[in-house]
Design a protein. Structure first.
Length: 507
């Protein structure tokens, strides 16, 4: 908001008996109403408690990140179901110099009961659990674990939820052994409370906003959960899987990995909160739509006064395509890349380069805005708003242009590029410049898998020892592959049969 307060969330669900309570506030409304009022993170936490007590809470259990320029808290909250109106919650301050994370699994276990500077909680967070039988009446309060009581760990809670936190922690942790230490937990092999990860860790180095954007593109690469190598990855080695996220075969149940970057994301953001700037400028929201893997995160200051057309309500929706919509621009590129994962690194690099360039631009723009803000704050915010609106709309146009480039270069199973300044040119009436057309093919390991699955079904049955047959076979393959060159084999100039063949396969 304009005071530099930011709130994010992930749903953990929790005990099924506590969903569907009476009241007015779902988790989205709770965030919005709080941001309309709160001037700092502590005030926001207090409002969470008072608003849910007064108006009731109707959503499932949620983990919230609540931050301002001075501190960041993780608050976990779950409604009281049909038992009572309201919610129970606990909030823990993340120490300076540490990082935390949550991903659809409650993370706060035991918490200090007498340290209000670093921990706040609803007065009945423990007594309510005793009242409904989730925590023994004679058990010691100091041993109470919010997560283990209200959202007990399950296989999916570890493997498909906490695993995302583990992957982030492992990539930034000061402890070089962190990844291995919690492998069995995230694999779902050890689900004891003692096996779980800490709420926060110390990283080996500072982490920038643009670093965080790259961490949001994580797919467990190089870890035991890397999904890009089995048959589900298909030929291009994609980490994505067709939903559902859990499935059955015979009498057994299985899961697909739920990576950080994920195709069903609607929108995502990074909030950068700086105290050395006026609050409406110091709060900077880097907003992205669709999958964070390919999103270009676009910066908007907390004091921004209007939304660009590319992100506006009414400009397309889930069922109506719009060429002016950022949602549809980034969806178009992402869905083109998913089955052609060899394109992903270059698209990700392009997105990240745009974000780094935006960060440089914003740094210069803010210097001028701060000077204006001293005497004309409204003018300063209009200056930043206009720049943000133009940047977002231009980023949307650029993304559609990227789709066009990808379509030109990667279509019909070929990689298509320019042959250079001396490429044959048939003129505008005869098809224009002749491109370089390469067959992408599959990796050796994928061809081996095809042979393993199909045995001799695709095997060429000709007698390869007969020289006349071999020559005829080579000619036939030239005809079938006319106009292309093999990315794996050799090439020869000229054409086989038919005009416009730029190069052909040599077998």
């Amino acid at each position: 908001n304009e005071h530099g307060v930011a709130i994010g969330e992930t749903t953990f669900g929790g005990n099924v008996t506590l969903a569907g309570g009476d009241g007015l506030l779902d988790y989205g409304s709770l965030i919005w109403v709080t941001l309309q009022r709160a001037r700092d993170a502590r005030e926001a936490i207090g409002l969470f408690g008072s608003l849910t007590s007064k108006y009731g809470y109707v959503s499932e259990g949620e983990s919230f990140t609540i931050g301002d320029a001075k501190e960041v808290w993780v608050l976990e909250l779950i409604g009281k179901g049909k038992s009572e109106k309201g919610a129970v919650w606990v909030a823990v301050r993340i120490p300076d110099g540490h990082v935390s994370g949550h991903a659809n699994q409650a993370r706060i276990q035991r918490f200090p009961l007498n340290d209000p500077e670093n921990c706040m909680y609803s007065p009945d967070v423990i007594s309510f659990a005793k009242k409904i039988g989730l925590w023994g009446a004679s058990r010691v309060d100091e041993e109470f674990s919010f997560s283990d009581v209200y959202d007990p760990i399950t296989f999916s809670g570890a493997r498909q939820s906490d695993a995302r936190v583990w992957s982030f922690f492992a990539s930034v942790a000061e402890d070089p052994h962190f990844e291995k230490a919690y492998e069995n937990y995230v694999l779902g092999r050890n689900l004891t409370a003692a096996a779980r990860m800490p709420l926060h860790i110390k990283p080996k180095a500072k982490i920038s906003a643009t670093d965080i954007m790259m961490h949001m593109r994580n797919h467990y690469e190089g870890t035991v959960l890397d999904p890009s190598h089995d048959v589900g990855a298909q030929a291009s080695g994609s980490p994505y899987r067709t939903r559902p996220i859990a499935w059955k075969h015979g009498n057994s149940s299985y899961v697909n990995e739920r990576t950080v970057g994920t195709q069903q994301a609607g929108w995502n953001f990074v909030a950068q909160l700086r105290g050395h700037l006026p609050a409406p400028i110091g709060g900077l929201l880097w907003f992205g739509v669709d999958d964070a893997t390919f999103s270009v995160h676009m910066p908007f200051h907390g004091g921004t006064t209007r939304v660009p057309k590319s992100l506006a309500d009414g400009n397309g929706d889930a069922l109506i395509f719009s060429y002016d919509s950022a949602f549809w621009a980034f969806n178009t590129v992402a869905n083109f890349v998913y089955p052609r994962w060899h394109l992903a690194p270059s698209v990700i690099a392009r997105s990240h380069a745009a974000e780094v360039a935006f960060a440089d631009d914003v740094a210069h723009e803010e210097k001028r805005a701060v000077e204006m803000y001293e005497t004309e704050p409204a003018k300063a915010m209009e200056y930043l708003t206009a720049l943000a609106v133009r940047r977002a709309d231009e980023a949307t146009k650029s993304e559609f242009q990227l789709f066009g480039e990808l379509m030109v270069k990667s279509r019909d199973g070929f990689q298509i590029s320019c042959q250079g300044p001396n490429a044959p040119d048939h003129g505008g009436h005869q098809g224009g410049v002749v491109p370089k057309v390469e067959q992408v093919g599959y990796s050796d390991s994928w061809y081996a898998r095809i042979v393993q699955d199909t045995k001799d079904h695709y095997k060429m049955a000709d007698d390869r020892t007969h020289p006349d047959l071999m020559a005829h076979q080579a000619m036939k393959l030239r005809v079938l592959a006319k106009g292309t060159m093999s990315a794996l084999g050799g090439t020869t100039p000229g054409g086989a049969a038919g005009a416009g063949a730029a190069s052909i396969v040599v077998v």
